[in-house]
Design a binder for this molecule. Structure first.
Ligand SMILES: [Cu+2]
Length: 139
């Protein structure tokens, strides 16, 4: 998925892969003071956003701001109310039309994403297979 730099509402759905059901806010526990955490960063780790989407009944919606190009990582993290399982799931978002992308140090490309996301929220046991994405973008 790609979009042009600027301000945008990022909308997405999370689906529980165990029962193929949409994950809404009633399906999540509050963890780290919020139901759902979104960690967004570029491969160089120069650009970073930590935001909290709201569920509108159909989709999770959050305001984002991108000024620099890059193939960003987006991690969603939450805790399922049904069984207390913490999950994290990631997606990529390609930003174009903004400032030139930061150069990426080679060692970061190899080792960064999971480590960074876990450190930010200090989540110990996460399952990255539990939820998957469907997303769209609107301005
Ligand atoms: Cu958060």
């Amino acid at each position: 998925m790609s979009m042009s730099a600027g301000n945008a509402k990022y909308k997405f759905q999370l689906i529980d892969m165990e029962n193929n059901k949409l994950i809404g806010d009633q399906d999540l526990n509050v963890a780290h003071e919020k139901k759902l955490h979104l960690i967004i960063y570029d491969p160089s780790l120069q650009e970073f956003q930590h935001v909290h989407p709201e569920f509108d009944g159909t989709m999770w919606v959050v305001d984002t701001q991108f000024s620099v190009d890059g193939n960003y990582w987006i991690w969603a993290q939450g805790e399922l109310a049904a069984d207390g399982e913490e999950f994290s799931t990631s997606n990529r978002l390609d930003i174009t039309g903004g400032a030139t992308a930061w150069p990426t140090p080679l060692f970061l490309e190899i080792s960064a994403p999971e480590h960074l996301a876990c450190r930010q929220l200090s989540l110990a046991k996460t399952s990255s297979l539990r939820a998957r994405w469907q997303c769209s973008i609107s301005r």
